[in-house]
Write a protein that binds this ligand. Structure first.
Ligand SMILES: Nc1ncnc2c1ncn2[C@@H]1O[C@H](COP(=O)(O)OP(=O)(O)OP(=O)(O)O)[C@@H](O)[C@H]1O
Ligand SMILES: [Mg+2]
Length: 492
């Protein structure tokens, strides 16, 4: 039983009641909070499900991707790889995670690169990405299982946490091995094709060269035989004339002397003789006859020279290398062209200036070299006459051909043939040695002269033939040939 007074008891009960009300209130609050928690939990559960769905989706995308997808940490160790990576390198995902490329057995060349083979290296790219760069490497070789080498087209980006600090890198590589191989094969077949085309072009050029050499050599050889035949035929009667001319001269001189004696001793001949002397203009005849004989002698000497030149020029023994006096060849060509230097009515006489050096005998194919001199000299004369020049300028007023020869070192000689004609443009100059290139009217030039000359000098004589010219400044052809040929050759 309580010994409290009723008042005290009432106060106590009131207090108790208040406490109970507080507890009830707390209980309601708790109930409300619990309700809120429940709701929050439902939302969270929904979010979680969504997140799981998304994460599943991401995993599926990563796993099913045919591209290589991987994430590496700051120490280049794999945090994530997809099946494509694992299958390609022949390991399980678990075996790969936590290891770097070297630990997975990748060679140092692939990891650190090889400039000679144009391999940048995984690590080189990784370092750049982990320092904040985004990279694209279109040629990223990666070794696969069974020794297969994949060529990947790789893109790598840095991954940052919420504070913006880089903690890893994401890599996506596409296998472009087949494309690359196809490109390589295409390149190879292109190179082969180009090579083949070059070979064919070269063969075609050779054929053209041989063809034109054959034409020219055939022409020259039959011309040479003809010329040599004519020279021989002329030589026989010429020997008669030149052999008898001194006798004829002596006999005529004797007869004239005798005639003088008659005139001194018989100053008054009979009428018949006197009349006949007047008819035949004896005084003039006596003075003119010696002049006539000497002019016949000059004529035969000139024929003799021409015949000699024809012989030198035709050189039937041209298939052998022979020590040759180059100046004889040039002189014989000039002699044969004499008619063109002198007798063109519409142009002045062409002056030929020779500046011959002291040349040794040159080992060469003399017939061929003479052909070169002839071609260049004819071109020079044509140029001085204005033949084949594309403008309407008149021929040169003081036409000159300047020929000089010199030993340029102990092994080579130089022959320069220059004219003061109208020269040629850069385009023409580039093409003068091309076969069948001619600016001359049809029938005047075949365009083979310089082409053949070029072959003769460069290929048959291991020398060089160059053309120096500019419009209005004439043209100079410079021949350089060795004094001695090292390897024995035979001409066509
Ligand atoms: N001395 C020169 N001055 C100006 N042009 C020249 C001279 N020599 C050659 N040429 C140019 O070079 C071209 C080619 O010369 P090339 O001797 O090969 O052939 P061509 O003289 O025309 O004919 P071909 O010699 O076969 O009868 C000439 O048509 C001419 O345009
Ligand atoms: Mg010519």
């Amino acid at each position: 039983m309580s010994n409290q007074s009723p008042d005290e008891e009432i106060t106590f009960l009131r207090q108790r009641n208040a406490e109970l009300e507080k507890v009830l209130e707390d209980y309601h609050k708790l109930q409300q909070e619990l309700e809120e928690c429940k709701q929050a939990k439902t939302v969270l559960e929904q979010d979680l499900q969504k997140t799981e769905e998304q994460s599943f989706l991401f995993r599926m995308i990563i796993e099913k991707s045919v591209d290589w997808i991987f994430v590496k940490d700051q120490n280049y160790r794999y945090l994530l790889v997809n099946y494509t990576v694992a299958n390609s390198i022949g390991k399980t995902i678990e075996e790969i995670i936590g290891k770097d490329d070297l630990e997975l057995g990748t060679s140092e060349e692939i990891v650190f690169g090889n400039a000679d083979k144009k391999i940048r290296g995984f690590r080189t790219d990784d370092q750049l990405v982990l320092s904040g760069e985004t990279i694209h490497n279109p040629y990223d070789p990666a070794p696969g299982c069974d020794g297969k080498l994949y060529i990947l087209d790789t893109r790598k980006i840095p991954l940052c946490n919420s504070k913006g600090e880089i903690f890893a890198m994401l890599g996506v590589s596409r296998d472009v091995t087949d494309r690359h191989r196809a490109e390589e094969e295409l390149r190879e077949s292109e190179t082969q094709l180009r090579q083949r085309t070059l070979e064919l072009e070269e063969t075609l050029k050779k054929l053209q060269r041989t063809q034109s050499q054959l034409i020219q050599s055939e022409k020259m050889s039959s011309l040479g035989q003809l010329v040599a035949g004519i020279a021989h035929e002329i030589n026989n009667p010429l020997n008669f004339i030149s052999g008898n001319i001194s006798y004829a001269n002596k006999h005529i001189q004797d007869l004239l002397n005798l005639l003088k004696l008659y005139q001194i001793n018989y100053p008054h001949p009979v009428n018949e003789i006197h009349e006949q002397a007047e008819v035949i203009e004896l005084n003039f005849l006596q003075k003119d006859l010696p002049k006539l004989i000497s002019s016949i002698r000059i004529g035969t000497e000139r024929i003799q020279k021409i015949v000699d030149s024809l012989r030198t020029f035709s050189h039937l023994d041209q298939s052998e290398l022979k020590p040759t006096n180059i100046h004889h060849g040039i002189n014989s060509a000039l002699m044969l062209l004499e008619h063109r230097l002198h007798t063109q009515p519409h142009i002045s006489r062409i002056t030929v200036i020779k500046e011959y050096g002291n040349l040794p005998l040159i080992e060469c194919f003399p017939g061929q070299l003479n052909q070169v001199f002839m071609n260049i000299l004819i071109n020079a004369i044509d140029a001085l006459e204005g033949i084949g020049i594309h403008n309407d300028k008149l021929p040169i007023s003081k036409p000159k051909i300047h020929i000089s020869t010199q030993v340029c070192n102990s092994e080579y000689i130089t022959i320069r043939i220059a004219d003061n004609g109208l020269g040629m443009s850069a385009e023409i100059q580039q093409r003068v040695f091309d076969p069948f290139y001619s600016t001359k009217p049809v029938g005047k030039g075949t365009g083979l002269g310089l082409y053949i000359s070029y072959q003769i000098i460069n290929e048959q004589h291991n020398g060089s033939l160059k053309c120096i010219s500019s419009p209005g400044k004439g043209a100079e052809f410079v021949i350089e040939i060795p004094i001695r040929q090292t390897q024995s050759k035979s001409s066509l």
